[in-house]
Design a protein around this ligand. Structure first.
Ligand code: 4NP
Length: 158
């Protein structure tokens, strides 16, 4: 089993979207679904226990993804013992994760968009944006990176 953790700041917009989108792509895959576990977390504790932002739930549903069962939690050092891939939505979150990373971590810690094959490095925080466009952009970027990560996992298992 390979375990993947998506991390943003609040764990109510970007990383729960990645959790639901990547899970759906795994479920739709002919054989990867039973071999990969997915979770998400935030580097901040503000929203611990809360469901995703209503805008993420609504835009996700419009795009075919169900975020309703997810609840926010904070990323902790112990996550490095459980997860093979820890994927940050932006550079601030990546730096926050590096600060709690145990010295011997042998898994993969990087920006999630490294897997998207695009010039863009970060999934922009949509929380303070006007309207839904930022939330749709989050889905667009996460879909692209998810496809890239699926390709890498296919190679890893083959
Ligand atoms: P996320 O977005 O990191 O994608 O979940 C945010 C959610 C909440 C806040 C900031 C970003 N906040 O400031 O409460």
């Amino acid at each position: 089993m390979i375990r993947v953790l998506f991390v943003c700041l609040g764990n109510i917009c970007r990383s729960p979207s990645a959790d639901a989108i990547f899970r759906k792509k795994l479920d739709d895959h002919p054989w990867l679904g039973s071999r990969v576990d997915v979770d998400s977390a935030g580097t901040a504790a503000w929203h611990v226990g809360n469901p995703p932002d209503p805008r993420s739930i609504r835009v996700g549903a419009e795009r075919g993804y169900d975020l309703t069962s997810l609840r926010a939690r904070q990323a902790v050092s112990a996550d490095f013992e459980s997860f093979d891939y820890i994927l940050a939505m932006d550079k601030t979150n990546l730096n926050n994760l590096r600060a709690i990373k145990p010295a011997g971590y042998s898994g993969h810690l990087s920006l999630f968009l490294d897997f998207a094959g695009m010039c863009k490095a970060e999934v922009p925080d949509p929380y303070y944006g006007e309207g839904d466009s930022g939330f749709h952009e989050v889905v667009d970027l996460i879909e692209a990176a998810s496809d890239g990560l699926i390709e890498q996992l296919e190679v890893r298992f083959s």
